[in-house]
Write a protein that binds this ligand. Sequence first.
Ligand SMILES: [Zn+2]
Length: 237
Amino acid sequence: MRLPGSPLARLRAERTRWAERGDAVQCPVCGGRFARFLPYGGREGAICPGCGCAERHRLLWLWLTEEDRLHGRMLAFGPDDATEQRLRARPGLDYLSADIDGTQAMVAADVTRLPFDDGSFDCVLCSHVLEHVGDEQGALRELRRVLAPGGWAAIMVPVDRSVRETIEDPSVTKPEQRLARYGHDDHVRLYGADVATRLGADDVVDPLTRFGAERERRHGLRRADRFGPDEVYLCRA
Ligand SMILES: [Zn+2]
């Protein structure tokens, strides 16, 4: 979701912020307090009225800030509109964003052929990218290659909890087939319960375990549909 840019869109966003004023929920990204997070895509409690971020952005941001991980050389592959400007402006963070679409990031790049030397970064963020990438293992190798010793990568993908084993069918190529099979017309697989093993994760950050029920609710960390809850898959170099 893009942040509102035009004066009219900004006015609408301001009106939404006013309409949703309250103190029932608090966004970790923008700090705003509201009566609720707004519904989006058929699920309740999704979007922050202040900054437009979704559940997964709030989970990742809260984890990054509470664990004091926002420093050193960071690569965000597939940056989020909700956090991009905040990361660029973060003191002490040497930040670079990359995306296959150069208009969305600082550098245009293919995640399976990153234009960076080995060990160029201390940390990597890669959220909701790999479900679009055919050569998933090639992308994971590249993300690990650009990490310096001791570095880490935080990876997020949509996961269907009702699916035991990730579904990837080479005969599924058309958008309507992908929508029917994977839930989105531009996804190339449907991640299932084997996701952490598949990504080679050393650790999994689950919002309920990490932050507890009250903070999970207050910060709107739990995505309430078939792809929730979001988790962060942590891979160490
Ligand atoms: Zn916010």
